[in-house]
Design a protein around this ligand. Structure first.
Ligand SMILES: O=C(O)C(=O)C[C@]1(C(=O)O)C=C[C@@H](O)C=C1
Length: 394
């Protein structure tokens, strides 16, 4: 060690004193701010519990309402979940938000608070197209919050069946993807079921390249994913892993699950799968089209009251004659109702007959929507209102 002059020693020790002082001042500052955070946390916690107690009071009113109207009730259980009210609460949160937290992030916090409040009123059982870790699972959590009790189902038909049987209160099924188009199984599900659409949720599809702790990234021999996700990341895979075999499996959740016992494999899946199977996101947002979005429907038994920004879905079975579709669409235009989508499906078992799934803006209680639908009815063989429900808020 080199000798130091007395001046050098003095300088060093002065420096150390200043450092010590700086560190002490910084700690004092931090302690101070953290005390303030603790005080705010205390208030937030009390307020969240106050809110929860109010939700419990709402639950009592709902139960009393059912008891007082027992004769007219179609169900012996009160309906605790009110999607129209939730949409209004989330919209209000976003509208009054002043930051620095972004509107959508703030709404997500409230989404979770409401989820816990609803769970206090009555736990909600939600069937979704599984397995765990799929994008439909993510959509269910996004829509109902993490306090909901989510139940993975093997097929879309199973989701419909569980909700019909009452084992699940609501179901979540994919209905369309911005690059892959509609999910026919879901539309067909409505042809053989009397369930209603009670909500919608949109999810931007972001894919991650996932590995486990034991994965040897330099020796990868397989990449698992659902075939749609492999297709969505084709270009990225061609550039980054051109020589690794791509293996299509039944879902992204299944792809993630397989990594548990394989050190030479990776998976492509979303955030929920990464969290569910404790995997590391080696690369994120690897999808070739970053605006890829999937829309999901929430299915249930009840008719939903207007939220102020709603959609109505109908399915019509047209007469087999020239110009039938144009006739069906005329009342929408006449009553100023804007159609947001139309899909055609074969009307089984009739060969060469078709049904149209039509989505429009507005609630069925709105005079222009009900007038348009009343005018369409005599023009078609059959018309069923699938539901009026709040537009996706988040
Ligand atoms: O307003 C209600 O009906 C409630 O039950 C309260 C509440 C909430 O926490 O704000 C909870 C659940 C409902 O789905 C909607 C809203």
């Amino acid at each position: 060690m080199s000798e130091q002059s007395p001046e050098q020693h003095m300088n060093n020790s002065n420096q150390t004193t200043t450092d010590t002082n700086d560190a002490a001042t910084e700690k004092a500052f931090l302690d101070n701010i953290r005390q303030s955070i603790d005080a705010v946390d205390c208030k937030i916690q009390t307020l969240i519990n106050d809110r929860a107690k109010l939700a419990q009071q709402v639950a009592v009113v709902k139960k009393e309402h059912l008891a007082n109207n027992a004769a007219a009730a179609t169900d012996s259980n009160p309906i605790f979940y009110r999607p129209e009210r939730e949409a209004q609460v989330l919209k209000a949160v976003m509208e009054r938000n002043t930051g620095p937290i972004a509107d959508e992030k703030m709404a997500r916090l409230f989404r979770e608070i409401m989820s816990v409040c609803l769970d206090l009123e009555a736990p909600q059982r939600i069937a979704f197209l599984g397995p765990v870790g799929t994008f439909t699972h993510a959509a269910a959590l996004k829509h109902f919050g993490k306090a909901a009790d989510t139940m993975p189902m093997t097929t879309i038909t199973d989701v419909f069946r569980e909700v019909e049987a009452g084992t699940a209160m609501y179901g979540v099924v994919p209905v369309e993807n911005s690059s892959e188009g509609v999910v026919n199984h879901t539309l067909d599900g409505f042809l053989s079921s009397s369930l209603k659409i009670i909500g919608e949720v949109e999810l931007p599809i972001h894919q991650n390249f996932l590995v486990a702790e034991h994965t040897k990234v330099d020796s990868l021999s397989r990449i698992y994913s659902h075939q749609q996700s492999l297709a969505q990341c084709r270009h990225w895979l061609d550039v980054n892993f051109p020589n690794v075999e791509r293996v299509a499996v039944s879902s992204n959740g299944e792809a993630a699950r397989r990594l548990k016992n394989e050190w030479h494999s990776a998976a492509i899946a979303g955030d929920v799968a990464a969290a569910e199977y404790d995997l590391h996101k080696l690369y994120t947002n690897i999808e070739d089209n970053p605006s890829n979005t999937t829309r999901f429907l929430i299915i249930g038994h009840e008719a939903i009251a207007p939220s102020g920004q709603d959609k109505t879905s109908i399915v019509v079975s047209a007469h087999d004659k020239a110009g039938a579709l144009i006739e069906i669409l005329k009342p929408l235009s006449y009553h100023g109702v804007s159609m947001t989508s139309i899909e055609t499906r074969p009307e089984r078992p009739n060969k060469w007959a078709y049904v149209f799934f039509i989505d429009m803006n507005g609630h069925i209680d709105a005079p222009n929507v009900s007038a348009a639908i009343a005018d369409i009815r005599p023009l078609v063989k059959d018309l069923r209102i699938l539901g009026s429900y709040p537009k996706a808020v988040l």
